[in-house]
Design a protein around this ligand. Structure first.
Ligand code: F6P
Length: 326
């Protein structure tokens, strides 16, 4: 019997379980054995695995996290680490490895490719949505919904106290979460990599101070700044201190952090995960080095290198709407 292995790797994303479920059920229908390795590539190095059966995955669709656990794996940057993964795959006679994760996980696949003759398939799952060749990654929709709901709640306090809030959202080095959440919550300001180049931060700060002062003079109201993580020197506290030091503006800071990664996946993420995972099993015995994505409503296979190395800019339409309305 042919065997297919799955790992979930890197930051967990809501919908990973839905993808595991679809792969296991689809393999079962095709008479393919499905083995899940735990903790991403670490499970392949340590030979820590479980044969997955339909009964194990039927009740997991609605849960965030991943039943296979996840981890980052620095050993995949070494020849030794890659070789021990290959040994495990050969020992189990695995014909295809499906990696559910983000760009770091896909780089692991690229490191494996020259050393292993089996087929490598990527399923894009990261809340950051920073992979090309797919409109959305698994987990992005849920993270945006979670952050939107959180900021709606913050807005109540911001309104009640007529207060400035700096809310930091995740995204690593991309602004998909910041822009989508900022737009959905009618944030007065969105500060992200795409509209705040490092060399312009002094000007960005000056403009922000003027916007806050104008708003506060004209009407008593709240002012919500959605700030992308890793953008501002010193983080949201650095910006808070600068506003106070330079313009006596008091503000409150809220870092949304890991709540954006957890929780029950949105309907959109469950469906996307299921569609991409089923196509991954189809691809697994005919192609290698591909990522399964969905663009403009169509499921497609793209070269893993392109998906990982091209950048995916925030939708220009979202930029334009934000500019028009602020
Ligand atoms: O890639 C997902 C993500 O949550 C990023 O948004 C964030 O920068 C990073 O992972 C945090 O990583 P860790 O879980 O290692 O702290």
């Amino acid at each position: 019997m042919d065997s297919l292995a799955i790992i979930t790797s890197g930051g967990d994303a809501p919908g990973m379980n839905a993808a595991i479920r679809a792969i296991v059920l689809s393999c079962h229908k095709k008479g393919i054995e499905c083995i899940g390795f735990y903790h991403g590539y670490n499970g392949l190095i340590d030979d820590d695995y479980q044969t997955l059966t339909p009964d194990m995955v039927r009740p997991i669709m609605q849960y965030g996290g991943t039943i296979l656990k996840s981890a980052r794996c620095p050993q995949m940057h070494t020849d030794e680490g890659v070789k021990s993964v290959v040994k495990t795959l050969q020992r189990h006679n695995i014909k295809a490895l499906v990696v559910i994760g983000g760009d770091g996980s896909f780089r692991g696949m690229m490191a494996l490719q020259p050393h292993w003759t089996g087929r490598l398939i990527g399923v894009p799952a990261t809340i950051d949505n920073d992979l090309a060749c797919t409109d959305s990654t698994i987990g992005f929709s849920t993270a945006v919904n979670t952050a939107t709901q959180a900021i709606d709640k913050i807005r109540d306090t911001a309104n009640a106290f007529e207060r400035v809030f700096i809310v930091e959202v995740m995204g690593r080095h991309s602004g998909h979460i910041a822009f989508n959440v900022g737009l959905a919550t009618a944030a007065e300001s969105i500060l992200s990599f795409e509209n705040c180049p490092a060399q312009d931060l002094a000007q960005v700060k000056q403009t922000l101070i003027e916007q806050i002062q104008t708003k506060q003079q004209n009407n008593h109201s709240s002012f919500v700044i959605v700030l992308a993580e890793n953008l501002w020197p010193g983080g949201p506290q650095g910006l808070q201190q600068a506003l106070h030091r330079e313009a006596h503006i008091d503000s409150a800071v809220c870092v949304l952090g890991y709540i954006q990664r957890g929780g029950s996946p949105s309907t959109e993420d469950r469906i996307l995960a299921t569609e991409l995972a089923m196509e991954a099993v189809e691809a697994a015995f005919t192609e290698s080095g591909v990522m399964i994505g969905k663009e403009q409503g169509r499921i497609k296979r793209s070269c893993i290198i392109g998906a990982t190395e091209q950048s995916k800019p925030v939708d220009q339409a979202i930029h334009s709407v934000y500019k028009l309305l602020t």
